[in-house]
Write a protein that binds this ligand. Structure first.
Ligand SMILES: [Zn+2]
Length: 386
């Protein structure tokens, strides 16, 4: 979906009366700005994690949408009154401007042109239709945020089945989607999965380079109306940027953890809300201390298996600016330099599925259920691993 189509999807004609009613009524947070003769506004319930300024920038889908305009709100009088996600998107797109002022309703004057309202429902519906997830919900694990070890008895049976092996499988599925859904030379190389407490993928998204605010994570979270399931996890192939990190923290009410596979050394992903809250971590190395297992993969030309995250990081650092002018980890992950690593990631997931189909091995039931579920989830996206 291109930017114009998205913009038309996201906004609907409204009236000056409706805007004034929301602005004055005390039930909603409202932000608006005037451009030419038209006025654009967003209005969200005070209980919503989605704040209007964030929605306005995202839905207008232009990096400089607030450039040179005054944003009037009924809730934020300055930059310090913004939410995490509003701060994140301002940092990413606007060098921390615009001018924000909390206005008396009397200060608003009717525009001579049209009034347009950004509709969260319309955005949510468009994204949910694009990124399908299984309807049925299951209990695949008791708590996706835990990463307990397994305990086996003397016979090799599982006395207690741990969960520390499942997280890397979700990440492998995200990388597989990234690779299989990649289009031509598009800079679309980020996929994020939102997983609920019991392991169901409730939403996913992929970076859409045509609409600047549709990153993998924002797409997945906006498809849920900006509400991430408490106790869940976001698995992202790339370290979430400032915008996405702010939304993850807000949408999960600080009850959601984020794990990612590929580091992003750029400014856009530096000192994010996930970094500051400690809710986001890279999932790397086989047995990191006090962390779930990361992905170990064996590229075809390598002698031994290597942690995927650090291999991608060093691969990108080595190629930056040299091969075909690669300047970002998003380009690197779909470049020739990462082909072997991505193929090895697919192989790792395939091997796991094969192993867990076999009947003569003693299986961790948590891993077994997640493996079977992810195979079904990927099949729904047109990807078969059989
Ligand atoms: Zn992002």
């Amino acid at each position: 979906m291109d930017a114009t189509t998205f913009r038309n999807t996201a906004q609907e004609p409204s009236t000056w009366g409706e805007l004034k009613k929301d602005f004055d009524g005390g039930e909603c947070y409202v932000a608006c700005y005037q451009k030419g003769n038209d006025i654009y506004y967003a209005s969200t319930p005070k209980t919503s994690a989605i704040r209007p300024m964030w929605l306005l920038v995202m839905a207008r889908s232009s990096r400089k949408v607030f450039k040179g305009v005054d944003v009037l709100t009924n809730y934020a009088s300055n930059a310090n009154a913004r939410s995490n996600s509003e701060t994140g998107i301002m940092q990413l797109t606007l060098d921390n401007s615009p001018k924000i002022s909390k206005t008396s309703p009397l200060g608003l004057t009717a525009p001579t042109g049209g009034v347009f309202r950004i509709s969260l429902d319309r955005i949510q519906a468009a994204l949910a239709a694009k990124y399908k997830v299984p309807d049925a919900k299951k209990t695949l694990v008791n708590d996706i945020q835990s990463f307990t070890a397994s305990v086996k008895d003397s016979e090799g049976n599982y006395a207690t089945a741990g969960t520390h092996t499942v997280h890397r499988l979700y990440l492998a599925a995200a990388f597989l989607l990234l690779r299989k859904k990649h289009q031509g030379n598009s800079k679309d190389g980020v996929v994020a999965l939102v997983v609920d407490k019991t392991g169901n993928v409730v939403s996913w998204g992929m970076k859409n380079p045509d609409v600047s605010c549709w990153h993998g994570e924002t797409s997945a979270l906006m498809a849920l109306g900006g509400v991430a399931p408490a106790g869940g996890c976001v698995f992202s192939t790339l370290k979430p940027c400032k915008m996405c990190a702010g939304l993850i923290v807000d949408s999960g009410a600080s009850q959601v953890k984020a794990y990612y596979g590929q580091d992003d050394p750029g400014d856009d992903a530096d000192n994010t809300a996930l970094d500051r809250t400690g809710l986001g971590k890279t999932l790397d190395a086989h047995k990191a201390h006090n962390m779930p297992y990361g992905l170990m993969v064996k590229p075809a030309s390598a002698a031994k298996a290597t942690p995927l995250g650090s291999a991608l990081h060093s691969g990108f650092s080595g190629q930056k600016g040299t091969v075909g002018g690669i300047v970002s980890p998003i380009e690197y992950v779909n470049s020739s330099g990462a082909v072997e690593l991505m193929a090895a990631t697919e192989e790792a997931l395939k091997n796991k599925i094969k192993k867990y189909k076999a009947t003569d091995v003693k299986l961790n039931p948590n891993t077994k259920q997640v493996v079977e579920y992810l195979a079904d989830f990927l099949r729904l996206q047109g990807i078969s691993l059989d």
